[in-house]
Design a protein around this ligand. Sequence first.
Ligand code: AMP
Length: 419
Amino acid sequence: MQTIDKYNFSGKKAFVRVDFNVPVDENFKITDDTRIRGALPTLKKILADGGSLIIASHMGRPKKNPDPNFSLKVLVDHVSKLLGTKVKFADDCMGEKTAAAVKALQPGQALLLENLRFYAEEEGKPRGDFASDEEKEAAKKAVKASQKAFTATLASYADCYVNDAFGTAHRAHASTALIADHFDAKNKMFGYLMEKEVNAVEKIMKDTARPFTAIMGGAKVSSKIDIIENLLGKVDNLIIAGGMTYTFTKAMGGKIGNSICEEDKLDLALELLEKAKKNNVNMVLAVDAKIADNFSNDANTKFVKVDEIPEGWEGLDIGPETEKLFGNVIKASKTILWNGPTGVFEFENFTSGSRAVGEAIVEATKKGAFSLVGGGDSVACVNKFGLFDGISYVSTGGGALLEAIEGKVLPGIKAIRGY
Ligand code: AMP
């Protein structure tokens, strides 16, 4: 497989798919540039080699072309500053003007293309409302057909293709997967960020040092079922935390008061517990909870056993006994995966559990464990508690990371390495 480190970009035009889907405020000022910074090593290497950059990304969910609310133009100055060179901008990713701008690119120069998703062909999904299913089917076929030409045009801009957009690796879109078919194996590769993400997932899922502990938190069981099921075939310990705790507690006959619960998932919770037993997985559930008399930071609180929550009260975080229990399991682990907070960490008074889990992971990592944290809210926790540097790898990919942990083959990865 080709790698970015080995490749000499001198005199080559590189089409680089990045994930510049960054949040902007109402004045289109970037509020968090982590994703742009994540792609810099790849972009800088190509320029330093004497290659030219065609940078392509999506941003948001535009519904038309053009859609001024989602123009990548607002990124040009910041990307130029970070790259240390003036980046040109093509206000369309298609068209003759853009083709000419690409052709005129000299070694060491960079061109940012307008939002790929201005074209429905990027995602290959039709837009708008349809009067009937037939009409929708026809529109679907039409966009799939024109997607081929769209993809071929993007590919025609460059001598090589670099995918550094792990955040969209779980999508089989034109620029994230289909485009790779237009390049031979020597001329397509992962960027540095993508490489790091793929290696981190592999270290967790394939090359696993034991014991392997996964901490699954967050609001609902339903959004994590596939992951939990897949993990039950891989981990030694599965810690269940966050809102989904109470679905398990209720399923086992406990009293959960007003805590969040998915009534239609009670049987599933029991099945998962059964499966864990069969697979010799140590399923670790909370033993106590910090409960509140309403869903707010200023609510009255107390600590109770997790299965003795009175009516009118709800569990918003784990309690001190559970912090100890989880902490001991985590600290004895050699591989750790964390997705989802242990409580409503957005409220200052309910951050303790998530902080304790994060700190235990940092401690285990110091002792040589490999730790991977990923999926929106757990990354927010790590940043909030200043633990970033103590974790082996903090993933940039929410949905992509979760699908990889579910055991799915990601189209963006397969397109480059064939599996
Ligand atoms: P997820 O996106 O599934 O990882 O869920 C993250 C969200 O779960 C965060 O916004 C938390 O506030 C929420 N959450 C965690 N624990 C609880 C709880 N005990 N009750 C309600 N929401 C919770």
